[in-house]
Design a binder for this molecule. Sequence first.
Ligand SMILES: *[C@@H]1O[C@H](CO)[C@@H](O)[C@H](O)[C@H]1NC(C)=O
Ligand SMILES: *[C@@H]1O[C@H](CO)[C@@H](O)[C@H](O)[C@H]1NC(C)=O
Length: 248
Amino acid sequence: MIWVKLLIPLILFGAIQASTRMCAQCVAGDFIFRRNLMQDSSVGMSMGWIEEWKNTNCVKGIINTIPCDHACLKITIIKSGEEKDAIDGVMMDCSDFMIHSSPDLPKHIDFTAYDENAVFSSMRRNFTITYNFTMQGFEGVDEIAEAYKAKTFPYYREEYGISTIVIVMFLFVTVIACVFIFFWSCVRDICCKVKNDYSYSSHVQCSASVEEQIPQPSDHVTAPSSPSAPSDDVENHVEQKNGDIQNF
Ligand SMILES: *[C@@H]1O[C@H](CO)[C@@H](O)[C@H](O)[C@H]1NC(C)=O
Ligand SMILES: *[C@@H]1O[C@H](CO)[C@@H](O)[C@H](O)[C@H]1NC(C)=O
């Protein structure tokens, strides 16, 4: 039963494959922000700009699958001077009526109806732009994700939002921590002061405030003859005790 359920879509997919090629339609990285590079009419660059790209993401698997009459096209933009695995932007779509003219591609070929596997690469405005035409059709969402797994892309605008939130939260937590530490040290100081006022015996922990208070104990002690008085009492007691013992 299960393999029959799997077989039906396979047959249907095969039928679609036979009549028309399916291509991935998506962008990744900063491709949609490179419009002035890819539609630079001053150098004779003219290509279509598709509304649907906005809601896609090749890397995250948000990919439309669209039927195409001619080759699938993948454009990769790499900024010069970036690290090895950095990609600035990627676009995948039908090549049908996509590129009308480009200084990056050979002049004598009609790329609006191109039916070959071919790769062209060109350097323009510090970007290496690669045009990959393929008759192979859509590779699959997982394969595309896999192909870009080790690549680094610039932050998308949507992800800027998330990273900003993370930074703001980090700063918030840091400020809270600082305030807490400040108050905690204040509270500790106040506790020490209170302890010192309360009893002289706590001078071990809070030595700073104890030094000021050292004269105070001596005021009490300087009462005349008071140092000797206790010892006299003790001696008296001992004598009395001894006397008692002797009496027994
Ligand atoms: C961009 O190209 C110019 C020359 O066209 C060069 O001087 C500059 O260093 C390049 N910038 C980068 C980042 O490669
Ligand atoms: C062109 O695209 C095809 C299909 O995605 C891929 O197999 C091939 O490696 C690519 N060629 C280059 C040079 O990137």
